[in-house]
Each structure stands twice: as structure tokens, then as C-alpha cells.
Design a binder for this molecule. Structure first.
Ligand code: NZQ
Ligand code: ZN
Length: 403
């Protein structure tokens, strides 16, 4: 049995100064959740569609997912593309686009983690795209007019890519790891079978918990004056759930009940709901992507490095919300400043509890390369954070705190 420590989070209406930001919430992805759902995939496909089946480096062949998919699709016409790497590369994906065009496929099926799913978003959008598909990514996806329909079978709870319209693609030759998104890039369906968690290496479980945790925080530790009862309540529940089940599933990935909570938390953390009507930060992610490009550090590990630095440097703006987080999520008591500081410590210790290191020097001996990052931020003219006030100089300050 799972016992989640839910101290009631009381929200009080005290003449709040700021209403929610107006928002549109659109999410057409059908979630198919539960054990043995992979076997039912045929129900969600058109019988005469030619399918491009895309997967990664072969984990699905070892854990039986590939056999389940092939068996379930035995009456369908399939073309396979494998070898999509972690932090999917434009240079690889463009080959899948060529294959899809040559084979005239009608539907793309991603079987994998966030990298394979993101890769498939790129492939699906690039197939009908007229012009240079890297420009499509550089434009942030804004000019994508349509995409080939695609579905996903998720094998790693982490990114939320299975129920959002964003993707992160790396171009090796220019050292760019960039985000694009577009309403045409939602999966038609995503199959979430929690039993896929059993075969995950511990490192990937840690990465998944931390990525989902930080997605929630990037949409929650922002403006304390916003009226956001629903968003904060959902966010705090996701965070408490991950704190409760994360360390347990890290120890025992065979517990399907824990795997269900882990999987649903990660999906809910980045499907648009908790970010509606509130300010969103994402500085940690954008700086993290630069660390991945520079040092090849895993995505979630970069977040564990950067987040405490963003909070330290932006402490004054975030103090109140950090204090709310400290009280409602970690059960801390005291004045705002103390609770906010302790909440930062608790968060970093939480990352350490998964054996994840949080300093750049712990990952690379060439940490001087980190100083290539601020000029890149400057050249792109990026202003990060919920108040768009984290420029290249602030990024430098943040990185200095994380050596
Ligand atoms: O390639 P295979 O052989 O499949 O192995 C993968 C890979 O080595 C393995 N794996 C996946 N499922 C497994 C498994 N091994 C055993 N059993 C299973 N069931 O795990 C390794 C990592 O997979 P990957 O897909 O790279 O991990 P993750 O899901 O963490 O995705 C990371 C990528 O997603 C992007 C990141 O930047 C990064 O490129 N993100 C995408 C987001 C989005 N689209 O919304 C948001 C995130 O913030 C993130 O930026
Ligand atoms: Zn992430």
C-alpha cells in the first residue's frame, strides 16, 4: 500500500492582486493507460495505413515491447526506422524523413522515451514541410501548417512528450539543441503501459522522476501574486506524489502500482494543464539544454545541476513561491525566507537521493567549456525566466554558482 503524506494545502482568498493570465487549453491526445494496452494498438490505427515504426537503440528488443508491437501489427504494412539516439539528432532524423517519403507512409508510430517521441514529431512535421526542416526547428515550429499523423507507445515516463506538442532536437554540426512546438504536433494517441518501467535502468528512473519534478516546478515556482489555486494544487499534488513514489520505484521498479503513479505524474506534469493561466519559467531547461550540448550530460541531470542556481540567483523574485512550496510540499515551518532556503536544500537533497550529482565539475574535467554558453545565449538574444530578465550575464552568474 502506498501512503502519501498529504498535509492539507489551504488556499485562502486574501484580496489577490492578480487574476489568471487569459489562456487557451487545447489537448487532443487520446491517452490509453493500463497494463496490456500495447497489445490493443491495432484498434487505434486505420487498417490500410502504411506505418513507419520508429524506435531507439534497441531497448525495446530486449524488454519484449518490440515483439508485442510487431505481433499486434501483424496485419498492417510496416516500415521500420531504428537508431534514434538520446537527445535525438537532426542528422539522424532527416534519414527517417527520406525513408518516409520514399515509402509513402501514412502514419508514424513512436515506440520509446522522450527522444524517440520528439524525433517522431520532427519526422511527422518535416515530411510535408516545404523548405529547410532545420529552419522549421529554428523558427520554433511556428510555421508548421500540418504534420503526418502519429501515435506513441511510451517506454519511459519523464518528458510528457506523449501528451504535448513540443519537441527538442539537436543539430550536432552547429551545437544547437532547440525546442519547437505546434498544435499539429500532438500525438493522435499515446499508449501508457506502466509495466514498461520494469526494464528501466536505475539511472533512467532517476532521470524520469527528476525531469517530471522540474517540469512541475518550472510552471509553479513563478509569480506568487497570481491567483492560481487549481494550478498550484495540481502542481503540489504531482510534486508530493513524486516525492512519495520516486524513491520507492527507484529501489523497486517491478512494483506496477508505483509505476502507474510515476507514469501518470510525468504525463500530467507537461500536458498543458498546470501551466495554464500562470507564468512559466523554463530558464533551467534552456540552460540545461546548453549543458547537454556542451558536455553530453543527460537532460534530467542538467536540470538537477541548474535549478538550484536559478533559484539562488533569482531568490528575491521567487522567495514567496518557494516558501509556499516548502510548506505545502515539504511540510516545512518558519518564516518565508527560512522556509524558502530550506526548500532549495530539500530539493537538491532529493536529487542526490537518486545518486544524481548537481555540480558541473562532477561531470566533466573540461568545465571551462561552460563559458561558451553565455555568449551563445547573448547571440540568440534570449531573455529567460518568467519575467524574461535572465540574460547572458545572469546565465553566467547562475553557472558560476553550479561549478
Ligand atoms: O534508445 P533505447 O534503446 O530505446 O534506450 C533508451 C535510452 O537509452 C532507454 N530506454 C527507454 N525506455 C526504456 C529504456 N531502457 C530500458 N527499458 C525501457 N523501457 O533510456 C534511454 C533514454 O531515453 P530517452 O528517450 O532519451 O529519455 P527521455 O525520455 O528522458 O527523453 C529525453 C529527451 O527528451 C527531451 C530532452 O531534451 C531529451 O532530448 N525533452 C522533451 C520534452 C518534450 N517533448 O516535451 C520536454 C523535456 O523537458 C525534455 O527536454
Ligand atoms: Zn525536461
Amino acid at each position: 500500500m502506498i501512503s502519501i503524506f498529504f498535509e492539507a494545502a489551504f488556499f485562502k482568498y486574501e484580496n489577490l492582486k492578480n487574476m489568471m493570465d487569459p489562456f487557451e487549453l487545447y489537448n487532443p491526445t487520446k491517452l490509453i493507460f493500463g497494463q496490456n494496452k500495447i497489445e490493443t494498438i491495432g484498434k487505434y490505427l486505420k487498417a490500410d495505413d502504411k506505418i513507419l515504426l520508429v524506435y531507439g537503440g534497441g531497448s525495446i528488443k530486449k524488454n519484449g515491447v518490440y515483439d508485442k508491437v510487431i505481433n499486434a501489427l501483424k496485419d498492417f504494412s510496416i516500415v521500420e526506422f531504428s537508431g534514434v539516439e538520446a537527445n535525438p539528432k537532426y542528422e539522424t532524423l532527416i534519414k527517417a524523413v527520406d525513408l518516409a517519403n520514399t515509402e509513402k507512409v501514412d502514419f508514424v508510430l513512436a515506440v520509446g522515451g522522450g527522444s524517440v517521441i520528439d524525433g517522431v514529431k520532427f519526422i511527422s512535421a518535416a515530411i510535408p514541410y516545404e523548405g529547410d526542416s532545420w529552419e522549421m526547428v529554428k523558427n520554433g515550429g511556428g510555421d508548421i501548417e500540418n504534420a503526418l499523423p502519429f501515435g506513441t507507445i511510451l517506454t519511459l515516463p519523464a518528458t510528457g512528450s506523449e501528451m504535448n506538442s513540443g519537441a527538442v532536437i539537436t543539430k550536432v554540426s552547429t551545437q544547437e539543441k532547440l525546442v519547437f512546438s505546434n498544435e499539429n504536433c500532438f500525438p493522435k494517441f499515446s499508449i501508457l503501459d506502466p509495466s514498461v518501467v520494469v526494464s528501466l535502468p536505475k539511472k533512467q528512473i532517476a532521470n524520469g522522476v527528476i525531469d517530471a519534478f522540474v517540469h512541475t516546478l518550472e510552471q509553479y515556482i513563478t509569480d506568487s501574486n497570481k491567483s492560481s489555486f487549481i494550478q498550484d494544487g495540481f502542481s503540489e499534488t504531482i510534486l508530493r506524489t513524486l516525492i512519495e513514489i520516486g524513491p520507492r520505484i527507484f529501489k523497486d521498479s517491478s512494483n506496477i502500482e508505483l509505476a502507474e503513479h510515476f507514469m501518470f505524474s510525468a504525463t500530467m506534469a507537461l500536458n498543458g494543464l498546470i501551466g495554464s493561466g500562470v507564468k512559466q519559467d523554463w530558464a533551467t531547461h534552456m540552460i540545461g539544454h546548453e549543458l547537454t550540448v556542451t558536455f553530453e550530460i543527460d537532460h534530467a541531470q542538467t536540470l538537477a545541476i541548474v535549478l538550484p542556481g536559478v533559484w539562488e540567483v533569482m531568490f528575491d523574485e521567487k522567495e514567496k513561491k518557494l516558501a509556499q512550496y516548502g510548506r505545502n510540499v515539504w511540510g516545512l515551518k518558519g518564516d518565508d525566507r527560512l522556509v524558502a532556503e530550506q526548500a532549495i536544500e530539500k530539493t537538491e537533497s532529493f536529487f542526490h537521493s537518486f545518486n544524481v550529482l548537481t555540480r558541473i565539475t562532477e561531470y566533466s574535467e573540461k568545465c571551462y567549456l561552460v563559458w561558451e554558453i553565455p555568449p551563445r545565449i547573448k547571440e540568440r538574444g534570449w531573455k529567460l525566466g518568467e519575467n524574461r530578465n535572465i540574460d547572458s550575464m545572469k546565465v553566467e552568474e547562475i553557472l558560476k554558482t553550479r561549478l
